[in-house]
Write a protein that binds this ligand. Structure first.
Ligand code: UD1
Length: 366
């Protein structure tokens, strides 16, 4: 029997840890042949190639090289380039992951050519349409044939939007598979070069959302607040390219570098970053994935956002939504031992990729 050709589409940094476990599980099955399609949304080695290396992925089989641009340009670039690729290759399935522009564009291209689409990490909703990712999530789920959800709240969101239960499968959180796959390496990893003098306790900071970094006043205030926190406890701040651009444009980069206790670094690849987070006393972030990883690791997470599409990290995990005006007091509470505790949500167990392969097989024609 011919192996099913399954495209795994990835474009931006948070996608790579979601396709990796599925790539390895599909490779191990006799049923399918996984093919990696990289849209090129993220292209810097530190945002892409280092992740392929850490996650033991081969070079992408197809690269669409769309690069940066406005939302419309980026989406259109993936749509046109991927349409032409799948029109030639006609894969049996297209699997898209997460909520970035590449996810939505690839799902649209495939569904119009009637190639079955599976969305892994379906059903998450912030109910905040000012976030581009919320639009991407809504559109992707609306056109996907199989909706693979990480948690019961996500399945419920889809049911409320009228999607029949037969198209929804609760499979758990695929990112935890990546963590478990590399756990031994993560636990052995030394602190990244340049951070060897760092001592515990310390905090980790990541910020890249337009709402936190695109406005000069907000970013200036964030830097001031981080400066005050870093007088009490060292902070490591790996800077996303978007944030670096804004810091430079607003003339804040030198101030960030000169802030005592604030360790600025380039973006870190998967293993060093997870090793840093695992030993951190707390994380301050606006990322989606880090809210989940900290819940899994039991590390207190202070999320600088007004809402989250991952409410289970708050109701069950160690995540709290906060604001610039409150985060200093939140950190003080954590350091004073009034820590945020939580538990691991069900099916965040490192076995999600196997459940995804079974779901794909079940709904595929023989
Ligand atoms: C994208 C995703 C976001 C995700 C984030 C993780 C969308 C709408 N947003 O946001 O959901 O949380 O990735 O990182 O898809 N840049 C580089 N090098 C790169 C990539 C980007 O310099 O390798 C610069 C670009 O010039 C661009 C900026 O960073 O101006 C933003 O990149 P973009 O991919 O548009 O969005 P992100 O902010 O990374």
């Amino acid at each position: 029997m011919r192996r099913k050709i399954i495209h795994l589409v990835a474009g931006a940094r948070p996608n790579f840890m979601k396709i990796a476990p599925l790539y390895h599980a599909l490779r191990a099955s006799l049923w399918a042949r996984p093919v990696i399609v990289h849209t090129g949304q993220h292209y810097d080695p530190q945002m892409s190639a280092t992740f392929f290396h850490d996650l033991r992925l081969p070079d992408p089989h197809h690269s669409l090289n769309v690069g940066s641009g406005s939302h419309g340009m980026q989406t259109a670039g993936v749509l046109a380039a991927y349409e032409s690729l799948i029109a030639r290759k006609r894969p049996d399935w297209v699997v898209v992951v997460g909520d970035v522009n590449s996810t939505m564009a690839a799902a649209l291209a495939a569904s119009k050519l009637r190639i079955p689409v599976a969305h892994l990490e379906a059903g998450l909703r912030s109910r905040d349409r000012t976030m581009p990712e919320e639009i991407n999530r809504l559109v992707t789920d609306a056109v996907s044939d199989l909706l693979l959800t990480p948690s019961p709240d996500a399945s419920l969101n889809l049911r409320c939007e009228g999607i029949p239960a037969s198209r929804i499968r609760l499979v758990g959180n695929i990112m935890i598979d990546s963590y478990e796959f590399l756990r031994a390496k993560i636990e052995r990893a030394p602190l990244p070069a340049g951070l060897r003098s760092l001592t515990e306790p310390y905090g980790v900071v990541t910020l890249h959302r337009p709402s936190n970094v695109d406005d000069r006043r907000v970013l200036t205030r964030a830097l001031r607040v981080l400066g005050r926190i870093s007088r009490r406890v060292p902070l490591v701040f790996p800077i996303h390219p978007r944030t670096r651009l804004r810091l430079r444009d607003f003339g804040l980069l030198a101030r960030a570098r000169d802030t005592p206790g604030l360790h600025i670094t380039t973006p870190l690849s998967y293993v060093p970053f997870m090793s840093l987070v695992r030993r951190a006393s707390f994380v301050i972030t606006d990322s989606g994935g880090i809210q989940e990883e900290t819940t899994y690791l039991g590390v207190p997470c202070l999320t600088l956002r007004e809402n989250t599409e991952r409410p289970i990290t708050v109701t069950q995990g160690t995540n709290r939504l906060t604001r610039l005006g409150a985060v200093e007091a939140d950190v003080a509470r954590v350091l004073d031992g009034r820590s945020l505790t939580g538990r691991r949500p069900r099916l965040w167990d490192g076995q999600t990729a196997g459940r995804v392969v079974r779901a794909l097989r079940e709904v595929s024609p023989a």
